[in-house]
Structure formats: structure tokens, C-alpha cells
Design a protein around this ligand. Structure first.
Ligand code: ATP
Ligand code: MG
Length: 393
């Protein structure tokens, strides 16, 4: 019997006439994720199939980080034929009997019939296969709710039938890239990698921008950000990381502006640079890890004043309503937490004011900025930006 991995996808079903586009995009994402692994990847109506593979565990691990996939099953594939299905089910139960004691075990046969030319209704056929199993294994009992053994039989339109026990959950969401590309402000902290993960999950392909204050911050701080980007790339695929030198800008703010506005003005300049990079690369949104009220720079007033510099590109804040504990839980799940808590300094801790303004105003921020050569500073930072390509696969 041929073993295959059957892949299910979710929300794409809702996309009406665009469905083909979503299905092709997801197929390409699967292909690029498995590009270095021996296997064959096919699309059938309503499902994808992985066949001719060797390392099943490795493939499953990789598939579980592809957004758009809802669940998968390791299934036996056979030709759709009543006798063959019955025989196969019996041989699966025989195999099972060699592994576990079937005495008093409960079971259920669950047929789904996508191929409406198959001559039996799902329920009728479930009952008939169930009766055959019961006849051969009288120690079993039928139980329709929460049975010990749940065998699923999918009769698909390609004239093939897939038989399997379990569904393994995948991560859901939308295929990365279906919402275009965006630019994540990636610091070395806990929040921003989670924000990137959440937007990639909704189909926005993430690229990252990091502002570093070398030599005030170490080279290890930069390495840490690249490690985080690499971990995000596991979900997001290939991405660019823009490393922007921020030291001169910070020195200039420190020398010319009121101390309490340091962070506010830094944030406004970060967003101006991010928007310019979006415009030259056709990225459609900026993403940050801000969460309302978390720190002085994330009050409604601070958010208003930083947001104000953006002209067209929207700023998405997927963590805005989340508690740190909820964010931390996701960071642990996606394996960024341990890297995020490494103790290297971020640029925001350089020249950190004692009393950052909590309720800044746009007028005051603009006045402080008038003491800077802001356009030249921004141009120079963009010119000296280093671009690093990341692909963890
Ligand atoms: P994080 O845990 O992601 O560092 P945080 O709680 O430390 O977030 P802030 O330092 O106020 O929060 O930063 C808010 C957001 O601004 C970050 O989530 C990130 O998106 C962006 N940001 C902060 N510092 C940088 C940086 N050096 N480079 C790029 N983006 C940054
Ligand atoms: Mg931070």
C-alpha cells in the first residue's frame, strides 16, 4: 500500500474566484519549504499530497510551519473500489492488532465522499465497512463519540481513496505572500518577532528593518537580530533584513533636542525611514511590536505623534491589545523567546532619557525636530543601510 501525506487547507475555501491564486501560492510555498527534501508534491481537488518521501517526520515538522495549512494526515492511498477499500481496512486493523490489544476497544469508521460518482452514501458505506470490521474483530465495539480508534476514509474526485487514523494540526492562517510584502521593525526584544509572525500568518510576507547603534551597541546585538530574522524565516520564507546605522541620528537628537523627546523623535525618524524603504521596495505595510500602554512610547499620545509622520503606508500593530504574558507565550511557541532574552543592548537603551515624555504633542515634536538636519540624516542613513538576505530553508 502506498503511503502519502494528505494536506488540508482552510480559509482559502472562502476566497471564491481568487481561489486558484491562493491554491497556487500555497503550493509554491510548500515546494520552496521542501525544496531540499526528497519527495513529490501534488495538488488534487481540495487537497495537496506529498508522495515518494523517505523522512516523514522531517517533512511533517516542516509542513507545520507553513501558513495556510490546517491539518495533515499520513494516509494509505488506494484506487477507489469497494472491495479494495474493505480489504485495506481489514489489513489496517490486522496490523493494529499486532501492535495493541483490541479487546474491549471502541471504534468508528468515518467515510467522506467528495467523489459523488461513488455509488454509496457516506453513512451507508461507513456502516457497511464498520460491519465488516466488527465481523472480523468481534472483540471491538462500535462507538460514534470519542472512540478509541477513529478510522477515516476519504473518497476523492481523483478516483483515489485515502485511509488514515489521525489529523495532525498545522498552523492555519493564510499563505504567506497573499497580502503582498511588508516591513517589520525588528528590535532584539520579545515583541517584534511575534508581531512579524502574526502578520505573516495573515499572508503578509515579512521583511525586516533594524536600527543599530554600533559601536554603542555590540556586533552581537546585530547577530541576535539576524538570528531572530532566521527564526521568523522558518514561517515566512525568504526575507530581506535592512540594517540601518542609527548612531549619527541618535547623537544628533541627543545634542540638539530636549532629552525627554529622545524616544519620540527616534520613533518618528524610524518610521520615516521605514516608509521610504517600503516605497522603494513596493512593501505595502509597516509592522511593529507595540502594545498599548506597555511603555512611555506606547501611550495613545505617543502613538498619535509617531504615527503622524507616515504619509500613505499603513502601520499595523498586531500586538496592540495583548498582554506581555500572552505575547511571551507565542514567543516561546515560535522559538524566538530564548534569543530575545539574550542580554544585548538595543539602540533604544542608548541615550535613554530619565523621564521620557508620556503625552507628547505633534507640535512640540515638530519643534524639537526643527533643530535637526532631518532630511540629510535620513538620506545618509538609508544610503549606508546594509541589506542581508535570509532564508532558513
Ligand atoms: P520589543 O520587545 O519588540 O523590543 P519593546 O517592548 O521593547 O518591543 P519598544 O522598545 O518600545 O518596545 O519598541 C516598540 C517597537 O518599536 C518594537 O516592537 C519594534 O517593532 C520597534 N523597534 C524598537 N527598537 C527598534 C530597533 N532598534 N530597530 C527596529 N525596530 C525597533
Ligand atoms: Mg525593544
Amino acid at each position: 500500500m502506498k503511503k502519502v501525506i494528505l494536506l488540508r487547507y482552510g480559509e482559502i475555501h472562502l476566497k471564491g474566484r481568487n481561489r486558484g491564486y491562493f491554491e497556487n501560492l500555497l503550493l509554491n510555498n510548500i515546494k520552496s519549504k521542501l525544496k531540499n527534501i526528497k519527495c513529490n508534491i501534488l495538488r488534487i481537488a481540495g487537497r495537496y499530497l506529498i508522495t515518494d518521501f523517505e523522512d516523514c517526520d522531517l517533512i511533517i515538522k516542516k509542513l507545520q510551519s507553513i501558513f495556510g495549512l490546517v491539518s495533515l494526515s499520513i494516509a494509505y492511498e488506494i484506487e477507489t473500489n469497494e472491495d479494495l477499500i474493505n480489504k485495506t481496512v481489514l489489513s489496517i486493523f490486522q496490523d493494529l492488532e499486532e501492535k495493541i490489544n483490541l479487546e474491549q476497544k471502541t471504534f468508528k469508521i468515518n467515510v467522506t465522499r467528495a467523489d459523488k460518482t461513488f455509488p454509496f452514501h457516506s453513512d451507508t458505506f461507513s456502516a457497511s465497512v464498520g460491519a465488516i470490521v466488527l465481523n472480523a474483530f468481534p472483540q471491538l465495539k462500535v462507538k460514534l463519540k470519542n472512540p478509541d480508534i477513529d478510522l477515516l476514509i476519504e473518497i476523492r474526485e481523483n478516483k483515489k481513496t485515502y485511509i488514515y487514523f489521525d489529523k495532525v494540526n498545522c498552523c492555519g492562517g493564510m499563505p504567506v505572500g497573499c497580502s503582498g510584502e511588508g516591513l517589520l521593525l525588528l528590535s532584539g526584544g520579545i515583541d517584534s518577532p511575534v508581531a512579524g509572525y502574526m502578520m505573516a500568518k495573515r499572508g503578509l510576507k515579512i521583511n525586516a528593518i533594524h536600527f543599530h547603534s554600533f559601536p554603542y551597541t555590540s556586533l552581537q546585538a546585530k547577530e541576535k537580530v539576524l538570528t531572530l530574522a532566521n527564526k521568523l524565516s522558518n514561517y515566512n520564507g525568504k526575507m530581506k533584513v535592512f540594517m540601518v546605522p542609527f548612531t549619527k541620528i541618535q547623537e544628533s537628537i541627543h545634542a540638539n533636542c530636549d532629552d525627554s523627546f529622545m524616544i519620540t523623535i527616534m520613533r518618528r525618524i524610524m518610521l520615516r525611514i521605514a516608509e521610504k524603504i517600503c516605497n522603494t521596495n513596493n512593501y505595502k505595510a509597516i509592522v511593529t511590536g507595540e502594545s498599548l500602554g506597555q511603555v512611555a512610547s506606547q501611550t495613545i499620545e505617543s502613538i498619535t505623534v509617531t504615527n503622524n509622520v507616515l504619509k500613505v503606508v499603513p502601520l499595523l500593530r498586531p500586538l496592540i491589545g495583548m498582554d506581555k504574558s500572552e505575547i511571551t507565550k507565542i514567543a516561546k511557541n515560535i522559538d524566538t523567546f530564548e534569543t530575545s532574552i539574550l542580554p544585548y543592548e538595543d539602540c533604544c537603551t542608548v541615550f535613554l532619557p530619565k523621564n521620557p515624555v508620556i503625552k507628547p504633542t505633534i507640535e512640540r515634536a515638530e519643534k524639537e525636530e526643527s533643530f535637526l538636519n532631518i532630511n540629510d540624516l535620513i538620506e545618509e542613513a538609508i544610503e549606508k543601510t546594509e541589506i542581508i538576505e535570509i532564508d532558513c530553508n
